[in-house]
Design a protein around this ligand. Structure first.
Ligand code: SF4
Ligand code: MG
Length: 319
């Protein structure tokens, strides 16, 4: 459905480059929710922009490629590569950016945001027919059709997020990308958003990519997931495996730091901070924080090793 081939991306800054994404390689399969986890600043959001081909200066793809695989009008296979993925926006691939408030036009009623987006990407339709279709879709997603009359600020944060998800999925795209869909919402509302995302995925039988720093989100709704560290994907595998048999030392520490039910001991975060992406170290990028680091780790970049069915990690210890 969505394939990333050794993609690197960077921000052009006055004094050089911030290498936010480094040789990332994975694919998202049909009918799955794929999660991308990692600390803030590890390149997750940039990676999502790269997948959506939302490449604006100072961001640029420096190597590798992204492919969106879909089917054309006659059912023939169609591939869009980076540089042309925008042709498939909303219809084949859609994106729910972080911060529902900022992405909606504050002076436009929700109804017109639907009309504008849909007519821009799907051609103009008779407004009355379109409104009927929108109302029907909102009802399917358990959203009150009254939201159409509201301005974004009149809706709660959770409702705005739901409306955005409805808008992004109205044209039944085969891939939906969502950046931190539950951040800044309270726990109950978060759960509602996750339930909605899984419902939509089941209904459309499509693929979703969810970026979140919150491992709980991944545990609740993703089927497979990737862990990012300092711009690199350091482990990818079935979510079950990542939680129950993590292989990379960083993933192990992330999982170990999660609170467990009935365990009230104070959990320590991972000591140290990630390296600068302006001048990333050679060798393994986790070496400065890794309790197992050796001299080899500081010099040689670890290769990706298959550690189980559909489960890969990049660490010298695993060879
Ligand atoms: Fe630690 Fe070395 Fe593995 Fe990196 S390659 S995670 S430093 S053991
Ligand atoms: Mg982010």
């Amino acid at each position: 459905m969505l394939k990333l081939n050794q993609v690197s991306a960077r921000y052009n800054i006055l004094t050089g480059y911030v290498k936010a994404v480094d040789k990332v390689d994975f694919e998202v399969r049909r009918n799955e929710i794929f999660g991308i986890a990692g600390e803030s600043g590890c390149g997750k959001s940039t990676l999502l922009k790269v997948m959506y081909d939302l490449i604006d200066y100072p961001l640029e793809i420096s190597s590798g490629s992204v492919e969106v695989h879909t089917t054309g009008k006659k059912g023939e296979p169609v591939v869009y590569r980076n540089g042309e993925i925008h042709k498939s926006w909303w219809k084949d691939i859609s994106y729910v950016p972080q911060g529902a408030m900022h992405v909606m036009n504050p002076v436009t009623r929700v109804k017109h945001q639907f009309f504008d987006t849909i007519s821009k990407f799907h051609g103009v339709k008779d407004k009355r027919t379109l409104e009927h279709e929108i109302v029907a879709y909102l009802k399917e997603l358990d959203l009150p059709p009254d939201v159409l009359k509201a301005y974004p600020h009149q809706l709660s944060g959770g409702m705005r997020q739901r409306v955005l998800i409805a808008l992004a999925t109205f044209l039944h795209p085969s891939i939906v990308l969502a950046d931190e869909p539950t951040t800044a919402l309270d726990v109950v509302v978060q759960r509602g958003i996750l339930t909605m995302l899984s419902q939509v995925q089941r209904k459309l039988q499509n693929s979703m990519v969810i970026v979140s720093h919150d491992m709980g989100v991944h545990y609740q709704i993703t089927n497979r997931m990737g862990i990012m560290y300092a711009g690199q994907l350091i482990e990818v595998g079935p979510t079950e495996q990542i939680f129950h048999a993590p292989q990379h030392p960083y993933t192990k520490m992330l999982i170990h730091a999660l609170p467990k039910i009935g365990d009230n001991s104070q959990k320590e975060g991972i000591p140290g901070t990630p390296p600068s992406l302006k001048n990333p170290p050679s060798g393994c990028r986790f070496a400065a924080r890794c309790p197992h680091a050796t001299d080899v780790c500081r010099i040689v970049e670890p290769e990706r090793v298959t550690v189980g069915e559909g489960h890969d990690a990049s660490c010298h210890l695993l060879l």
